[in-house]
Design a protein around this ligand. Structure first.
Ligand code: CS2
Length: 484
């Protein structure tokens, strides 16, 4: 343990300072990743890191953080032990439905420099197939009608920018920290489309003066369980109801494109600023998130609860290394200075961290939002360039089976996904495996026109589903990997 905690932070009376960063989505990832960097910045520039953390969906984290004056413990876990740090950069945590006026006031304040977001893929309301904002989504319909009382992050940002324009202020920088390729451009496009529906002049102003740098974020942060909180309570000499747990590794790469960059010592705290982040994002999304999702579906169906358990099985180790070598690495043009073999060897070490309990079920959620950028883009390029796709198709087949809602012993799976009811329909109505694959391929949100029409892709999926059903997932993989 590297640090002795200082319990007075949890009860301190804060001198309220103007908010300079407003964050949407104060879940574990934000707190175990962004806040660790912000804490380091605060040491360099004590006056300038005061965060308002806004939860749009649930009040739980806000309640817990508020009771602790915004402070919480970040616990780094490695097989060698724990390292503990208390982070106190959150000045105020608010639950949006009960504090919308306060949020809009902060968004339109002269002091605010940054709006950061970890709202997960579905929080952007964009259609993966077309890149367009989903104007039919009930939240977007609501916000377009009630821009002074929004419910989505997109609605809040546009409402805040509108107020700033009226006051004659500059926009703030909007920094997306979600696992999407070109997350800054996606955010910008959705904001421009949304504001264009309201007022063309506003959307032109945002387009001219707004800044939406893309970023690549990387740290494994599992969901916090009550059992984790209980397990560590014995080692603190204070009570923390809202700790977060993370691995030692961390990398944050941001495009150097800000409204006001001087305010924050970004590079001094280890953030990499680059002219274009795309190569970093593609490398990370395909090598890390792609195999995370593959291991999540294949591992879950084979009875493994965590990534560590899954990669401890030699068949999955073979699957992982062969998938990287044959199907993922050949599709990537890495950022300069990155060796993809070393990079994936390091990923394997990170997955093998026995102290990190990262559940396959957690990673499996929201697959309809994740697969396009994690796996399907790689498969499409491989098909176009005549490379192998068999191993990644095993993972897509496992996703189709997983989202059917029952595991190999017939136990129910809790499928968490915006398309969950569509998946149930696909399985319920399908006559046979060919029909099932056709029904999945017709999900416009997930599959590109190229993949829908590709016969090789379709037959790989059908064969993989049939084989996995007949032999079980693990035995099926052995066959594909020629291990039997
Ligand atoms: C994971 C990611 O939950 C998931 O879908 O793949 O959260 C992953 O742990 C991070 O992107 C690692 O940087």
């Amino acid at each position: 343990m590297s640090k002795k905690p200082r319990p007075q932070l949890f009860t301190r009376n804060k001198n309220v300072k103007p908010i300079d960063i407003l964050h949407f989505g104060p879940g574990a990832f934000f707190r175990a990743f962004c806040c660790v960097y912000f804490q380091k910045m605060k040491i360099i520039k004590p006056a300038s890191i005061n965060i308002m953390a806004v939860s749009l969906v649930t009040p739980d984290t806000v309640k817990k953080l508020s009771r602790q004056g915004g402070a919480f413990t970040a616990v780094e876990k490695s097989p060698d032990g724990l390292a503990i740090e208390i982070l106190d950069v959150i000045q105020e945590a608010v639950f949006a439905p009960s504090e919308h006026e306060k949020i809009l006031k902060t968004l339109s304040s002269n002091y605010l420099k940054f709006v950061t977001l970890t709202i997960t893929e579905k929080g952007y309301y964009y259609l993966t197939n077309s890149g367009k904002l989903n104007l039919d989504h009930p939240d977007i319909i609501h916000d377009l009608k009630n821009i002074d009382r929004p419910i989505s992050a997109i609605g809040y940002i546009v409402s805040g920018l509108k107020l700033r324009k009226e006051k004659g202020l500059f926009p703030f920088t909007c920094l997306s920290c979600d696992n999407l390729p070109n997350n800054g451009s996606i955010l910008k496009d959705t904001i421009i489309q949304f504001s264009g529906e309201l007022d063309k002049e506003l959307s032109n102003w945002i387009s001219d003066f707004g800044k939406f740098p893309s970023s690549m974020i990387d740290r494994i942060v599992p969901k916090v369980l009550q059992s984790d909180i209980d397990a560590i309570s014995g080692i603190f000499d204070y009570s923390d109801q809202s700790p977060v747990f993370h691995e030692p590794y961390s990398l944050w790469v941001i495009e150097d494109d800000f409204v006001d960059r001087q305010s924050f010592p970004l590079e001094e705290v280890g953030i990499k600023l680059v002219p274009n982040v795309e190569k970093f994002e593609i490398m990370k999304l395909r090598c890390l998130n792609g195999t995370h999702s593959a291991l999540a579906y294949l591992g879950y169906l084979s009875g493994y609860k965590t990534i560590f358990d899954t990669v401890s099985e030699p068949v999955f180790q073979k699957y992982l290394f062969r998938t990287w070598k044959m199907e993922i690495i050949p599709s990537i043009d890495p950022p300069s200075g990155f060796d993809l073999i070393k990079y994936t060897d390091e990923l394997f070490k990170r997955y093998s961290n026995s102290a990190i309990v990262h559940s396959t079920h957690q990673i499996a959620m929201d697959g309809s939002q994740k697969l396009p950028q994690r796996i399907l883009g790689t498969v499409q390029e491989n098909l176009q360039d005549n490379r192998s796709v068999a191993l990644l198709c095993e993972a897509i087949a496992a996703w189709i089976r997983f989202t059917g809602g029952a595991d190999e012993s017939g136990r129910e799976i809790d499928v968490l996904d915006p398309l969950a009811s569509e998946f149930v329909e696909c399985h319920r109505k399908s006559k046979d495996v060919m029909d099932l694959v056709d029904r999945y391929l017709s999900l416009n949100q997930v599959f590109s026109d190229f993949l829908k029409r590709n016969a090789v892709f379709k037959s790989h999926l059908e064969n993989a589903i049939l084989r996995q059903r007949e032999r079980g997932t693990l035995e099926s993989l052995k066959k594909v990997l020629k291990l039997e």
